[in-house]
Design a protein around this ligand. Structure first.
Ligand code: PMP
Length: 405
């Protein structure tokens, strides 16, 4: 291990909490991650010393606030290797970013009879906005299926894509299966048919977020899943595409001139940022990205991979465990079932032992339908988790088996 786990854990105060009289084991990182002290300090400092609305004031505080917001945009640009900051739109999160594209791209390019492709393993937030678009435009939603290991059947893409296909939306990393999808291959294939691709990076951004390397047309993620604050997210779009898309929401900041006869819109990226932006969230996100880079993304990812291997090996050494999501390329998300015990019961007992896991469909009902189940227990690990915590999970599962077995 190339980083100091004790030092890292000391930077996340919440990890010292007791839950039901036991030290907290936080294994719900795919739902939201914890925030290091430096992020909390950025938010505190902003409120205490800077707080002022951006892009509007002539006064010092507004200047500093605007500067911090635009610096955050540059930090995000560098983090995902976008060409320039005109391509970085701040939103409230991945969901808002997808809705923005589904609306604006839909308005500009999707007509009656056209097709939109999503994959079977998408989060609801990368399904429903496209369904709404298809309903609005009388277009068709087509599904790229997955196999029983939870891997996308990319070989089917050639026959799924037709002359009417306009856009394909796919996750980079499944939140319920842990599958890392071959986005680069999918994008190359889609582009060979002149189809645009939106990549949902909500989970994947922690591992590989080079938008130029993957050649994504749109890339979205949320701050709160990468050690940043809630209520802030990012839409990356290729500049040429964003330029031709109509605005999503109207309001302050997104306009150039307003009169009752005509309104003209602001330049990129402001055209897509109506209303008072979450400038404090943006600053917090920038700190989170810098912090994560200082930890070392490769080292953190490798550490999580080792932890996943350990957890998988320990869990599967127990009887009656069914792992849901056995893709060859997986990140540290472990979805499982314990015999016929309802995931909710497993989750409740684990909670009493201080272990936070997620239970249910994880906003991926089509994935559950694929496996003919209602839900799973999901342990999602982060670089601040430890083998000892995995051991506590295994003990907890053994306890569950004893109680319900
Ligand atoms: N996509 C995936 C793969 C996710 O895991 C999530 C959050 N669980 C989202 C999209 C939506 O993110 P948010 O709720 O932060 O908008």
């Amino acid at each position: 291990m190339s980083f100091d786990i004790n030092k890292i854990r000391s930077e996340f105060p919440i990890l010292n909490r007791q839950v039901h009289g036991k030290p907290l084991v936080y294994f719900d990182n795919a739902a939201t991650t914890q925030k290091p002290l430096c992020v909390l300090e950025t938010i505190r400092h902003f409120h205490n010393q800077i707080n002022a609305n951006i892009h509007r004031g002539v006064h010092k505080l507004s200047d500093e606030s605007t500067q911090a917001y635009e610096d955050a945009r540059e930090t995000v640009r560098a983090f995902i290797n976008a060409k320039n900051t005109r391509e970085i739109v701040f939103t409230s999160g991945a969901t808002a970013s997808i809705n923005l594209v589904a609306f604006s791209f839909g308005e500009a390019f999707v007509r009656e009879g056209d097709e939109v492709i999503v994959s079977e393993m998408e989060h609801h937030s990368n399904i429903v906005p496209w369904q709404m678009l298809c309903e609005r435009k009388k277009a068709t939603l087509t599904v790229l299926p997955m196999n029983d290991n939870g891997e996308l059947m990319v070989e089917k893409l050639d026959e799924l894509i037709g002359p009417k296909t306009k856009i394909l939306a796919v996750t980079q990393l499944s939140n319920s299966l842990g599958t890392i999808t071959p986005v680069k291959e999918i994008i190359a294939l889609a582009h060979s048919h002149n189809v645009k691709v939106l990549v949902d990076g909500a989970q994947g951004v922690k591992h590989d977020a080079d938008v130029q390397d993957m050649d994504a047309d749109f890339y979205v993620f949320s701050g709160h899943k990468i050690y940043g604050p809630t209520g802030i997210g990012v839409l990356y779009g290729k500049e040429k595409l964003l330029e031709v898309l109509p605005p999503w929401q109207g309001g302050g900041d997104m306009i150039s001139r307003v009169s009752f006869d005509t309104t003209t819109y602001n330049d990129l990226p402001f055209k897509f940022e109506a209303g008072t932006a979450n400038f404090i969230g943006a600053a917090g996100l920038a700190t989170a990205l810098q912090y994560y880079q200082s930890v070392g993304i490769e080292a953190a990812t490798r550490y999580e991979e080792e932890l996943l291997q350990y957890a998988t090996q320990r869990l599967t050494s127990l009887d009656d465990i069914r792992i849901i999501g056995t893709a060859l390329h997986k990140a540290a998300i472990l979805s499982f079932l314990v015999g016929n015990i309802h995931p909710y019961d497993t989750g409740m007992i684990l909670d009493k032992l201080g272990i936070a896991v997620r239970t249910g469909a994880h906003c991926t009902e089509p994935v559950m339908t694929h496996y003919g189940i209602d839900g799973t227990v999901r342990a999602s690990l982060a670089f601040y988790n430890t083998r000892e915590e995995v051991d506590r999970l295994i003990e907890g599962v053994e306890r569950v088996k004893l109680m319900f077995g």
